[in-house]
Write a protein that binds this ligand. Structure first.
Ligand SMILES: [Mg+2]
Length: 352
């Protein structure tokens, strides 16, 4: 039995928020600009343009650090209503190609075009059409990766940015994956990356030489995933998303946080990550915030509040109440927001 080869596109707008700003004000094109909340609000950079990147600025970087790297950086607060509108136009173009669209954020999506009959079935031509239409109708350039799986399509879209189109046909998967650094693999973050490096595993070719048992020993269940990815295997389907109800981030700590004081200190970096994730979703309207705490006895408690601001002080106050329920060391901490349902957004225009 032969498995059917899939055709997956990963489309990713080039520095999306900055691109919208430069489209609407060409005087911003040649100077370093970034979209993000101010240093005073402990903000992080959501997006920056390519001139800003030459200073080493990138998304998720604290605004304070970005301004140290480039003091004349033009910092814009961002017009997220506008970005969401451009995103809707771009997602609509994706849907003209196929209903199988999985958005990852405002400016990024996977498309499964395996069964698309137009373009003589050529995924490369579909990708070219997508890029052309997005540019013509919205003025935004999109980089597209084409591959038989999600993780390779995503790597491919990043391969030749900006305005890139990289195709990894099935017969080239083997050779492409071989020389791929393991840090490019889906799910390999800094911690796993460091452990792979300590084991002198730098490329997927190195990874392939490891027996599955060894990887399971070193990385638990994720070892199996590494074994497959190193061979270019990634069967995850493109999932047409139900409506997102919340956005959150969480951390499981290597060592339990012994008391409330250390737990409070762990909140700030979590809030920064949440801020960055909210920016990726275009700061959607919220109905409330929540804190999630797992104690060292594995009991989990979640505390919600309607209408509080997403600032550190509000999360601190929720954490204090949550911690008071058990008075125990903390194993996991999470912070998040509840989103206003899509249907209610059209009627209401809430401040965010
Ligand atoms: Mg992007």
């Amino acid at each position: 039995m032969t498995q059917r080869v899939r055709k997956i596109l990963h489309a990713d707008c080039d520095c999306f928020y900055a691109a919208v700003e430069m489209r609407d004000d060409p005087s911003l094109r040649e100077i370093p600009i970034a979209i993000g909340r101010s240093r005073e609000h402990r903000g992080v950079i959501a997006t920056c343009n390519y001139p800003a990147r030459t200073y080493g600025i990138h998304s998720a970087m604290p605004t304070a650090r970005a301004l140290r790297l480039c003091p004349h950086l033009t910092l814009l607060p961002g017009d997220f209503d506008k970005y969401r509108e451009v995103s809707r136009q771009i997602q609509a173009i994706f849907h003209e190609l196929t209903p199988l669209v999985e958005p990852l954020s405002l400016d990024e999506a996977f498309l499964d075009v395996t069964d698309v009959e137009g373009f003589q079935g050529s995924a490369t031509w579909m990708a070219q059409w997508l890029k052309r239409e997005c540019l013509a109708r919205t003025g935004i350039t999109v980089s597209v990766g084409v591959a038989p799986s999600k993780f390779l399509a995503k790597i491919a879209s990043d391969w030749d940015k900006p305005d890139g189109l990289t195709v990894i046909p099935p017969e080239r998967v083997e050779g492409f994956v071989e020389s791929l650094p393991v840090t490019k693999l889906h799910g390999v973050g800094p911690a796993t990356g460091a452990r792979l490096e300590a084991l002198e595993i730098a490329t997927c070719a190195d990874l392939r030489r490891q027996p599955l048992e060894r990887l399971l020993e070193e990385f638990g269940k994720f070892g199996h995933r590494l074994y497959e990815l190193a061979r270019g295997i990634d069967e995850r389907p493109v999932k047409v998303e139900r409506e997102r109800k919340s956005v959150s981030v969480e951390s499981t700590f290597d060592r339990d946080l012994p008391d409330l004081e250390t737990a409070r200190a762990a909140l700030a970096p979590l809030c920064e990550r949440l801020e960055e994730r909210l920016a990726r979703h275009g700061h959607p309207p919220l109905t409330g915030i929540f804190v999630k705490v797992r104690f060292d006895d594995f009991n989990l408690t979640t505390l919600e509040s309607r209408g509080l601001a997403t600032d550190l002080a509000s999360y601190r106050s929720l954490l204090e109440q949550a911690w008071a329920r058990a008075h125990r060391p903390v194993r996991l901490l999470g912070v998040g927001v509840r989103l206003l349902p899509e249907g209610a957004r059209q009627q209401l225009s809430l401040p965010i």
